[in-house]
Design a protein around this ligand. Structure first.
Ligand code: FRU
Length: 484
């Protein structure tokens, strides 16, 4: 789609209501819509924002451009949940309607403060010459979901050493002080995370310096930083754009990375003995993951399923992208383990997964076990007329699983390759949990030790099937249809 800058940045109140009606009608025809993943009502969704627990409910927001499947003038859409699986949409919470955010309410985070939720976000502001002047702004959300924006920025300008690329504040509390971690590009065009401190969420906010989370260069920009603590160990989840392949190899246009430290020094904002960079997801379409330490002690995460600068076939239906299910984070041998939350609450009837040709509804969950030292192929047949689909090439002798989405239907991001590889331990059995939801899959291997997430665009809404070849012993299968 070719959208002019003027169309992308048209103020929300200048759109005719027919625009949304037209999009809704197009979207109603789609067979790619999700059953249990969060998706935009109309237009484009990107980063998860403001993931928090407040007033007895889980709150989550997402970056939205409701008027088309493009990156236009962004706002925050608000959702609430009692169980982290069933989400109720409450509509827009922050729209770009003030001089502090008039070219977009960009990404940010939330923290409960007494009986209100504080939202900290980047206001994208451009001047007449279209030069960007990012503002770090605040807003209060009440228990009745009324939002009031602060009228002055929390941080009016980037530090002198930072370019116009300064955004995505994550706010956390530690020892009675508040901290904000902000993605930044310094004037030497390298990526960093800036640390600010304040005695209260409304400020005054003071620059404390650079977060020291790696000895490696981070490319030209870091987006969406999140510091969480798991078993008292610091974990930074972030998006280093332009990072070199020897620091982090990734086949996606931009990676979503993490590092784990042995400890965190709050005096110098340093990770002690940080791990090398790792990909958070070994699949095709995860970016801008947001994580936070919940009051119940869990570290929870949610990912954007989508990537910047990538077109998806659903664009022509007037919508783009979705969010992952919520993931519970743990550490094992300095690696993140991610487990989907609440899937068992939406299980319906068990599936008869018996070969050949079991019926696999487009909304389902499959568990499988592969013994050690097996080589073979599993296909989630997304088109039973051609027998093609999502192929898992499994090798538990050498310890490798390759996901191939070339046969799933319409191609996505083909220039970045059709396969992704998960490295496993050799000569070990493998377990898998596969979540299918029409045009998205999430594959959790070995209880979440490796996750591969991706989109696929099957030709029809007919049930999927399953086939397997090559294994010398039977695989164990179990499955359920999942509710909407
Ligand atoms: C990441 C990102 C953020 C920015 C937001 C704008 O996908 O580019 O850095 O705040 O999207 O929608």
């Amino acid at each position: 789609t070719t959208w002019t800058t003027a169309e992308r940045y048209r103020p929300y109140d200048q759109w005719p209501t027919e625009q949304l009606t037209t999009l809704r009608q197009q979207i109603a025809q789609s067979h790619w819509r999700f059953g249990y993943h969060i998706q935009p009502t109309t237009g484009l969704l990107n980063d998860p924002n403001g993931f928090s627990y407040f007033n007895g409910q889980w709150h989550l927001f997402y970056q939205a451009f409701p008027y088309g499947p493009v990156h236009g003038l962004k706002s925050w859409e608000h959702l609430v949940s009692d169980d982290l699986m069933h989400w109720e949409k409450l509509g827009p919470a922050l729209i770009p309607d003030t001089p502090l955010d008039q070219q977009g309410v960009y990404s940010g985070s939330a923290i409960a403060v007494k009986d209100r939720l504080f939202l900290m976000y980047t206001g994208n502001v451009r001047d007449q010459d279209w030069e960007r002047h990012p503002k770090q702004n605040g807003a209060w959300l009440t228990t009745t979901n009324q939002v009031t924006k602060l009228t002055t920025p929390l941080i009016s300008n980037p530090p002198k050493t930072v370019t116009e690329h300064f955004r995505d504040p994550q706010i956390i509390e530690h020892d009675g002080q508040y901290y904000a971690f902000i993605g930044a590009q310094t004037t030497d065009l390298t990526g960093h995370v800036m640390v600010y401190q304040a005695p209260a969420v409304t400020g005054p906010w003071t620059l404390k310096g650079d977060l020291q989370f790696s000895d490696q260069p981070m490319g030209y920009m870091v987006e969406c930083p999140n510091l969480v603590f798991i078993d008292d160990r610091p974990v930074l989840i972030f998006c280093p754009q332009g990072v070199s392949a020897d620091v982090l190899a990734s086949e996606n246009i931009y990676p979503n990375a993490y590092v784990v430290g042995q400890a965190f020094d709050w005096e110098t904002f340093s990770f002690i003995d940080p791990s090398p960079l790792q990909n958070l997801d070994a699949g095709f379409d995860v970016y801008a993951t947001q994580a936070f330490n919940a009051p119940d002690g869990r570290a929870l995460a949610v990912s954007w399923i989508g990537l910047p600068d990538i077109a998806y076939p659903s664009d022509r239906e007037g919508w783009a992208n979705g969010l992952s299910v919520i993931k519970d984070l743990h550490l094992k041998n300095d690696r993140l383990v991610q487990q989907p939350v609440g899937v068992s609450t939406i299980r319906q009837q068990a599936l008869q997964v018996t070969m050949p040709h079991p019926v696999i509804p487009q909304q389902s969950e499959l568990h499988f076990t592969v013994p050690a030292d097996q080589q073979g192929q599993v296909t989630i047949v997304t088109d039973i007329t051609t027998n093609q689909g999502l192929i898992l090439n499994i090798d538990t002798a050498h310890g490798e699983l390759v996901v191939d989405r070339a046969g799933t239907g319409e191609a996505v991001a083909a220039t970045y390759g059709m396969t992704r590889t998960a490295n496993l331990n050799a000569h070990q059995p493998l377990t898998g949990q596969l979540l299918l939801d029409h045009s998205v899959f999430e594959l959790y291997l070995n209880d979440g030790a490796t996750v591969l997430t991706g989109r696929m665009f099957p030709a029809t809404n007919a049930d999927f099937s399953l086939s397997q070849t090559g294994f010398t012993t039977a695989l164990g299968w179990q499955g359920w249809q999942l509710e909407s």
